[in-house]
Design a protein around this ligand. Structure first.
Ligand code: NAD
Ligand code: TDX
Length: 352
């Protein structure tokens, strides 16, 4: 079992859920969270754990090679879970630069630190490089047709990313593959479908729609809402990542999915029903450029080989619980939507 995990991007949606999940599931494990606190990194997501002896926060950018060298090269971690990324497709369509820098080049910086550790270790001059899990996405596979529901993404599906976001994530996937193949580093990859749950930045469709409805605003549905996504509760994803870290086979890729395909229109109707609102609250807006039609994951490998399967994603109960979380935690998302969450950051870490 791992003892001390370096988690990158731990102040974001999945990262902050991962910290909580691991502390509950493995009370003896320590986590150091390395996060640059970009717009989607919110220290308030983990404010209650700040004084937990098992938790440490380091503010930094994965692209900062000397810092990564000092941190990872110290040898204090036996596992790295790499989640830090620019994560929103629409932002990548506006400006791809930050995506390539964080998702592709940032991943390369981390891999190069491991490579240098490996060289030093072989010379008897330092600790071995830790195991490294790259948290990727189903979006690297591109898009499936709407008509033929039998088609699913498997780990053998060729990478055909369609957005600057998914292309920059696929850059990371390719580097992980190459560094394992070339140097034999202990690297693994997960490719997960759309997550939902608490602490998701309200630019993503579920928290955006739920919080808009609470505020009495309409929900902007792209096109006619025909696009299909496979929804997985974030804690199921966290469990899958921990499982891969603990028991995955080095060099392997594991798909993670909820077997829970919904069109955006179906999803929107479900949210409206939960929130007690009518269809008049839908505003059909211009479609996303290059909008992938359908993502659907075949997650049979991780089930067969590592025994993981989703247990928290049952529809619509899990969606109802998520909507309720946003209803009950209005202060959290109001501070995000208004930008006030940055004040906490300024107080804790000074000006940016
Ligand atoms: P998020 O945007 O909520 O969080 C990303 C975190 O990374 C933030 O805390 C941000 O400050 C940090 N970060 C960004 N650039 C950084 C850098 N250069 N250095 C250090 N930290 C940096 O994203 P999320 O939804 O929690 O996604 C986490 C990971 O999971 C990403 O790698 C994403 O590609 C992957 N993923 C997400 C989903 C999903 O549905 N949200 C599904 C599959 C995979
Ligand atoms: O306002 C909106 N209206 C709308 O119709 C938004 C923000 C989205 N949508 C649609 C677009 C997508 O088909 O809803 C669907 C989901 O959109 P997002 O929440 O932006 O997620 P998606 O683009 O599918 O990507 C997400 O899942 C995979 C994450 O943001 C990625 O980080 C992850 O890799």
């Amino acid at each position: 079992m791992v003892k001390h995990i370096l988690l990158t991007g731990g102040s974001g949606f999945i990262g902050s859920n991962f910290v909580r999940f691991v502390f509950n599931a493995r009370p003896g494990v320590k986590i150091t969270n390395l996060d640059a606190l970009t717009y989607s990194g919110n220290p308030e997501n983990l404010a209650d754990l700040e004084h937990d002896a098992r938790y440490r926060f380091v503010k930094g950018d994965i692209g900062d090679a000397p810092l990564m060298e000092r941190l990872i090269g110290s040898g204090e971690f036996d596992g790295v879970v790499h989640m830090a990324a620019e994560s929103h497709v629409d932002r990548s369509i506006m400006d791809a630069g930050p995506f390539v820098r964080a998702n592709t080049l940032g991943t390369q910086v981390l891999l190069d630190v491991l490579r240098r550790m490996q060289v030093r270790h072989k010379e008897g001059k330092g600790p071995p490089p830790p195991r490294f899990v790259y948290v990727s996405t189903d979006e690297v596979y591109g898009s499936l047709p709407l008509e033929d529901k039998s088609q699913l993404f498997t780990e053998e599906t060729p990478l055909q990313p369609n957005s600057p976001y998914s292309a920059s994530k696929a850059g990371g996937d390719c580097l992980v593959r190459a560094y394992h193949h070339t140097f034999g580093l202990d690297l693994l990859t997960t490719r997960c479908s759309n997550n939902f749950g608490p602490y998701q930045f309200p630019e993503k469709v579920i928290p955006l729609f739920v919080t808009n409805l609470i505020e009495g605003k309409q929900v902007p549905l792209y096109g006619v809402g025909a696009n299909v996504r496979d929804w997985l509760h974030v804690e199921d994803h966290c469990e899958a990542v921990l499982t891969v870290l603990e028991r995955g086979v080095s060099g392997e890729v594991y798909n993670v999915g909820g077997n829970n395909e919904r069109s955006n229109l179906e999803l929107t109707h479900a949210i409206l029903a939960i929130m007690g609102k009518g269809k008049d609250m839908i505003r059909n807006v211009e479609d996303r450029l290059g909008h992938d039609l359908r993502y659907a994951i075949d997650a049979s490998k991780i089930k067969r080989e590592l025994g993981w399967q989703p247990t928290r994603s049952a529809w619509p109960k899990a969606l109802e619980a998520t909507c309720r979380w946003y209803v009950d935690n209005r202060k959290w998302w109001e501070r995000v939507k208004s930008g006030a969450y940055r004040e906490y950051y300024e107080r804790q870490y000074g000006t940016r």
